[in-house]
Structures are given as C-alpha cells and as structure tokens.
Design a protein. Structure first.
Length: 434
C-alpha cells in the first residue's frame, strides 16, 4: 500500500539542481489543455466579490471551471499563453495578489470549521490574516518554496494531520503549540504571538537550507545534520517559549468537516459543508456558492464551507446545492473519490482517470477513500489516512489497498474494475504499515 512520504529528516539529502517550478498565479504552468494558474487563498478564506471575479476569469480566460487543490487553493485551467497580464489585473482587483513577489509562498491551511460550530475550540481564523501579512512583509520569506506549507489548527487535529512544514495548534488556555514537520516536540507560545512564531520557524528553515547547500523545498528534505532543532527553534521564537510534546495523532482519517448543515455559528447561524466531485466546479456551481452569504471557505479536502446562513434558510439552500451537482451528504458515492488531472490535461497520464472514475463511481462505493492516478507520481493523493490506490499502467489499473495483494485490472474492463475496487474499499483489513 503506498503511503505519503515520511516527513522525518532523510538519511540522504535531497539535492535540487533547479528552483521550484510550482505553478502560481503569475507563473503559469504549460499543460496539455492549455496553461494553468494556481491561486493561493490563505486559510481558504474567500469573500463573494473575489470569488465572482475568479469565476469571471475562468469563463473569459479559461475553460469555465475552477479546480480545488489539496491545500485549499484554486486553479484555473485552459488558459491562453498570452493571458497572464489580464489574469494578473483580475486577481489584483479581487485582492488576491497583496504581494506579487510572495504569491506562491502563501500556502496556509486552517481548520475550515473554526469559529463556526459548537466544538468549544478557539477561532484561529485571525491567525490566517496575520500570518499572511507577516509573510508578505518579509523579503526573506519570498525565498520559500511554492510547496512549503503552514497549517493552523484550532485544536481539533484536522489540518495538523496534513503534516505541514510548520504547524500551529491551539494549546491550553490562550496558547499555541508550534512544531515543524516530523518533530515530536514543539514550542508553546502565546496565541497572540503565534503567527510571528510561525514566520520565525520558516526563516529558521531557510537558514538551514543555506547551511546545508541542498536547496531543499520542504522541512522533511533537510539532511539529518541540518534538521531543525527544537531548542534552537525555542531560542529563535523567544519570549520564554517552553518546549512541549507534540500531540499524537489518533489512528484513522483526520476529522474532516461533516457534510451538510453545521450548527453553532455566530448569532445562531448555520454553515453548509459540501464537496466538489473530483474537486472540480463549473463557474455556475462556484457562483451559486459565492452568492449564498458572500463568504466561502475552501478546504484541503476539496470541499467548500459556506458560513453565515440563517438556520431557516439552510435546508432549501442545501437542496439547491445538491441539485446543482455538489456532494451534500456522507451517503453520496463521490464523497471519498479523488483523482489527478489525467488525460487530456496531463501529458504524463496514461488514462482519462476522471472519466473512468465517473464510469464506475456508483458501482464501487465503499468506506475507504480511493484515489485515481494517471501515472506513478500519484498527484493529489490523500494524506494521513489509509486509502485505495489506483494507478494507470501500460497494462491497466494497478490496485493496491491496506492488507490486500496488489493486482492489475485491464483498463477496458470497467465492470471488473468496479468489482475489484468495491471489494478493496469495503473489505475489512488491517493496514500492515500501522
């Protein structure tokens, strides 16, 4: 069973002979279906006017769709080679380019339901804005890779399970625990000082990269002799930060937002939690979400949370979203199906994995999530949980799952593939890696 790469420091250093080519809003990526722009949306927090401007850009410059990423960001595909200046102007109007020199490093995920439910946890959404402000104001932070990730967790453990390069989690009363990827110990800081501490940790990483001379993009790529040390981290954070153990993540998937209405918002309001099938929305679906309350939260699980609905309006709004093709309940077979771009958008893919997923989704439902990949890179696969892995090969789809013997099914035999996939997702098994 393939698992996400370990975040622990590696025995061998990762030697990069080039800069990070991760796509951005200004650095477009050439794909087989046109150019791609990835727009960072810190914490997934997006207001309605900005969302509608994105939809306008997708219709006018792209293919009329918006893709959600596993970091709560948005992508536009099918862009023309000469649209960069026009897209930049739209994003600037939307307030999505506060610092063009830093636009690729604003990778910040946050607990999507923070402050919106009755969990009794602190609202850490204010950390998002402050960390983003500090990042954009730091010339040194512009050197971070476009893959570097900050995770801001309100204590429920959802985004902490994503193993960000820098994680902040609410801790105790009025505090926050800061730790780096793969670490067993972190530093306790005041909640009000948490964003500044996160930036200090990121700058410590950059110092270690320079010292190692390996051009590492992620904390887990640092060689052991240059791994980040919690004592040094505490010194750099300053202000009396004490060292404490990082909480162990319980086995099983991360506590992602439930689908449907979420009660407990400010003033008795309700939030609606939905998913986009395969993380892809038409601009009509996107605009419908943006128009409900004028606020959206994109999740790292390719979902959308719409906060602030009056309780009496929530049932009708949820029914409308279901009718528009969005996933609104845990019983929907699309609930735990993800896929890479596949053909025709990716030249490396061996199959149109999204079309194949659509062909068998009704017949292959099960408890375990499944990810379809067009090649061995497995772009966009789930993090931190057991999952069923389908990879297109020259001979068909290679299927691996926890506790099962890997097998390959011919790509054209979709009926057999659906049967094998359903069995893999529903057969109780113990993951030997746990």
């Amino acid at each position: 069973m393939p698992q996400p790469p370990s975040a622990a420091p590696r025995d061998e250093p990762v030697i990069r002979d080039r800069g990070d080519a991760c796509p951005g809003a200004l650095r477009l990526h050439a794909a087989d279906d046109g150019f791609l722009a990835r727009i960072r949306i810190p914490g997934g927090l997006l207001d309605g006017p900005a969302a509608l401007l994105l939809a306008e850009a997708a219709d006018r410059l792209g293919d009329g769709h918006i893709d959600l990423t596993s970091r709560g960001n948005a992508q536009l595909r099918g862009l023309g080679a000469s649209c960069g200046g026009e897209l930049e102007a739209v994003l600037a109007r939307a307030g999505l380019l506060p610092a063009p020199t830093h636009e690729r490093v604003r990778n910040v995920v946050a607990s999507p339901l923070t402050g919106l439910d009755r969990a009794g946890l602190p609202d850490v959404s204010a950390w998002v804005a402050e960390l983003d402000r500090l990042l954009c104001a730091s010339p040194a932070a512009a050197e971070l890779s476009g893959r570097f990730l900050f995770a801001l967790d309100d204590g429920r453990g959802d985004v902490a399970a994503l193993d960000g390069d820098i994680t902040l989690a609410a801790h105790g009363t009025g505090g926050a625990l800061l730790w780096t990827s793969g670490a067993r110990r972190g530093v306790v800081v005041a909640a009000s000082d948490a964003p500044r501490a996160a930036l200090a940790a990121a700058l410590y990483f950059l110092d270690s990269v320079r010292a190692a001379g390996t051009r590492a993009w992620r904390v887990g790529e640092l060689p052991p002799e240059h791994a980040l040390d919690v004592t040094e981290l505490a010194r750099r954070v300053g202000r009396g930060g004490e060292v404490a153990d990082v909480p162990r993540r319980p086995p099983g998937p991360a506590p992602t937002p439930a689908l449907g209405p979420i009660a407990g918002g400010p003033g008795g309001t309700v939030a609606l939690s939905v998913l986009a099938p395969l993380g892809r929305l038409s601009t009509a679906q996107w605009s419908r979400l943006a128009g409900l309350t004028g606020r959206m939260r994109l999740t790292p699980w390719r979902g959308i949370v719409v906060p602030g609905l009056p309780a009496e309006a929530a049932p009708r709004a949820l029914a409308d979203l279901a009718a528009a093709g969005l996933v609104t309940s845990a019983e929907d077979p699309w609930r735990s199906v993800t896929a890479c771009t596949g053909q025709p958008g990716c030249a490396k893919s061996r199959a149109d994995v999204r079309a194949d997923a659509r062909a068998v989704v009704e017949r292959s439902a099960g408890e375990l999530p499944v990810h379809w990949s067009g090649c061995e890179r497995r772009c966009g696969h789930p993090r931190g949980a057991a999952w069923v892995d389908l990879v297109a090969t020259p001979d068909g789809y290679a299927l691996t799952a926890p506790g099962r013997t890997p097998a390959t099914t011919p790509r054209k035999d979709l009926a057999a593939l659906a049967d094998a996939l359903r069995a893999a997702r529903t057969t109780p098994a113990t993951d030997p890696s746990q």
